[in-house]
Design a protein around this ligand. Structure first.
Ligand code: SF4
Ligand code: MG
Length: 319
């Protein structure tokens, strides 16, 4: 992602014409091969938009997304076909991802049909291998989605995403709808798949404690802008950006030593993305905001910095 921005038309009403909403604003980051990168933020922070951009469901208006050094928009023909296989996505709701009228076997055969891969027997062998990979018994093949638990369905969805042997897996709130114990199982599954298959994972979630457990690096977004990009360790110790610290303070973590002072709790509502605040977009809710924050946008950090903090006061002070 290089300085990527995208807007969509805001809702229009009788009294107000549609206005453009910046969903993602000049966000840059580099995905490293084999890493789990977390993207975290409240709703409306642009997390899912990032996923859609990577999946080419949206085109950047400004900036460029490159994969293997080549802009996504420049992929054509055979290369484009490869790209489609190499980047796969898992969504939050397995019910929306699986056709209720197809058996699990039929659903798992879909990607092979779409890409015209293998004979029926070869496909069956592949499917059996995939089930093993995601820890499901072969007996699920003849069942329908409604006969499976939420966790089992999400395993099927993951198996299907792995069918074409992707290099990058994007999980958008992939465990948000699951119970705590099932959530942990799916997290462990994703991490073991990453080990076994050398996957690179983009893990999108509103749940900072979860992201911190799961990811090597974390990108914190607020109103479509990058606030902080840091290693797991830096995020685990509270993060450096006031927004990251506020996210920690307002998350119900079990370990009370992680909870920061009350004054760091998030105050107020998220401003409308239709009218993003001037200066630093976080200034209306930031406990440390000063006059400069209202007036002057924070200049972007060097892309080469391992720890990026987009704040007038903490920029450059961190490792
Ligand atoms: Fe808060 Fe100012 Fe830093 Fe923005 S720039 S996060 S308003 S202190
Ligand atoms: Mg979302």
């Amino acid at each position: 992602f290089d300085q990527v921005s995208v807007s969509y038309a805001g809702k229009s009403s009788l009294f107000r014409p549609a206005r453009k909403v910046r969903a993602v604003n000049a966000v840059s980051f580099q995905l490293k091969q084999g890493e789990v990168l977390g993207i975290v933020g409240e709703s409306g922070s642009g997390k899912s938009t990032m996923a859609k951009l990577a999946m080419r469901m949206l085109k950047p208006e400004q900036g460029e997304i490159r994969y293997r050094g080549k802009a996504l928009a420049d992929y054509r023909g055979r290369d484009e076909n490869c790209l489609r296989k190499e980047i796969q996505m898992v969504f939050q709701d397995p019910n929306a991802s699986l056709n209720p009228r197809l058996t699990i076997e039929q659903s798992l055969r879909e990607p092979f049909y779409l890409h015209d891969l293998g004979s029926s027997i070869e496909q069956h062998e592949e499917i059996t291998r995939l089930l093993k990979l995601v820890g499901l018994p072969v007996s699920v093949l003849h069942r329908y989605p409604h006969e499976l638990s939420g966790g089992q369905k999400q395993r099927v969805v993951i198996a299907r995403a792995l069918a074409l042997q992707p290099k990058v897996l994007i999980a958008d709130e992939a465990v948000a709808a699951l119970d705590a114990s099932v959530k942990a199982q799916i997290i462990n599954l994703l991490l073991s798949l990453r080990e076994q298959l050398g996957l690179t994972i983009i893990f999108i979630s509103h749940d900072l404690p979860l992201v911190q457990i799961m990811c090597d690096r974390v990108l914190v977004l607020y109103l479509g802008q990058k606030m902080e990009l840091a290693s797991r360790a830096a995020i685990a110790s509270g993060g450096a950006h006031p927004y990251t610290r506020a996210l920690w303070a307002s998350s119900p973590v079990a370990d009370p030593s992680r909870r920061l002072q009350r004054e760091q709790l998030l105050q107020g509502e998220i401003p409308s993305p239709l009218a993003p605040p001037s200066g630093c977009v976080f200034h209306t809710r930031c406990p440390q905001a000063a006059a400069i924050c209202r007036e002057k946008p924070v200049s972007p950090p060097a892309q080469s910095d391992a720890h990026q903090v987009i704040c007038h006061f903490t920029q450059g002070n961190s490792v």
